[in-house]
Design a protein around this ligand. Sequence first.
Ligand code: ADP
Length: 545
Amino acid sequence: KHLKERQRLPVVPLGIEREDFYNALEELKEKLDAEHVEVNDKPLRDGWYMEHPNTHDMMTILDEEEFVASAVVYPSTTEEVQEIVKWANKFLIPIFPISMGRNLGYGGAAPRVRGSVTVDLGKRMNKILNINPEDYTCLVEPGVSFYALYDELEKKGLRDYMWIDTPDLGGGSIIGNTVDRGVGYTPYGDHWACHSGLEVVLPTGEVIRTAMGALPGNNTWQVFPYGFGPYCDGIFSQSNFGIVTKMGMTLMPNPGGYESFMYTFPNEQDLAPLIDIIRPLRIASMLENVAQLRHVTQSLAVSGLPRSKFFSGTGPIPEDIVHAEASKSYVGDHTWAYYGMSYGPAHIRAHKLALIDAEFHKIPGCRKIDPSKLPEDEYFWSRDRIAAGIPDIHELRWVNWAPNGSHIAFSPVSPIRGTDATQLFELGKKIHGKYDIDFFPAFCVGLREMHLIVEIVFDRDDPAEKKRALDCLREMVDEAADKGYGEYRTHLVLMDQVAGTYSWNDGALAKFNERLKDALDPNGILAPGRCGIWGKRYRGFGWEM
Ligand code: ADP
């Protein structure tokens, strides 16, 4: 404890002598300037979203020393990334690339293997290499955040011309979010589907450009994502097969107008018929963006007030208290709130909005909220900004629900069907109840599927509360998998478990991933364990959790 307050003894990767590790770092310092290689010997400070640490997860669900880096290195070029990878192979040191490390709820900046050397790409590789207003594309480095790209379009006077797409929180890296298959809320919300072209440093140090990027002299890298031959980009998302140093991204033409709308629905049981109404509208792009259907408990939490303000008892906050408090807001006595946006000039919007209005009103008691009556700092306006590609961080407010508020997500995928929505909702509610945890469900409706996103908010300084949250999550993942539902993305701590649920044909997919891993990364140095994939040097030694 005494040591922790002033200086920590840095962790070293398992199986490497401390002295050998320090000697290896000295060699790395000769390749990069010494100031760009930092040993992690300071107290672990959690900071906050905009000043987050790069050494560990600021919202850790385990002990904070569990997923912790031994050192952090800051490359400035693709060549330096190659040098680092070769160095890691020479000394068999695990390295873990991050772009910016704001991957909150999924592990933040933390490496999966304790003592890994974090390769923080974002700090020095943060250039917007190109914005092409004719093709509506850009080419970025890992340190370019959604805010930074937005600001650059603004600065160049291009904002009226083209939009970016941003996730709920805009401070993260475009590359980091995209390779983890994160989503946003304009029609370009499926970030992975909207990228075009990667530059990747392989785990043995070679560098490749994918798709048209492989053709010398091409001018199509950012406009045709496939090139010729196998489409290999996919293996660099949610994996540990390479370090992405450049990525092309498509940008959306300004649609010529937009309008957010919000409907509320009275009863919990309205969920199933409502989802069945949403499905054909969404697949036909009448509902044009990844929209959200949020439960009233979440509307209360996003006010930013702590739970203790409403309820001091134990167990999930009682429903009558939630409704009584929510009645003071525009949600009134209703249970579900749908946030969407219509794009295009007014006359085009009017047609779509009338259709949506008629469909939504098939749910008895449905209310359309008049935005002009909502105060400026109302959450609705945050959704409005995000659906128009304007980065925001209002969403973070609900972490205040718990003291030292942190969060971790359960995010299963299902078709857009009432029966599936109900089944997942009931599953989540039951298991949250069993562990005395407040339940914050939100359905994010993609094109033909939806993610149910359930964020568990916990006190990161309370080990018992953390254990309950993790036990609850593990039980939900398993029970959902028993019913045929899998996660679209997960936290570091759950990666083995989630990967294990994708087990068809005696784990054939996992075996395929392991073959790729062993071929591409024979020493297993790159992000071991990420997404449940371990190289052969790690397999069978009990690393999985
Ligand atoms: P964000 O900046 O949006 O917070 P992160 O940098 O935390 O995103 O990235 C999320 C995860 O994706 C990281 O933990 C890492 O495993 C992986 N990742 C991020 N950037 C890269 C990259 N450039 N190459 C390979 N993997 C990456």
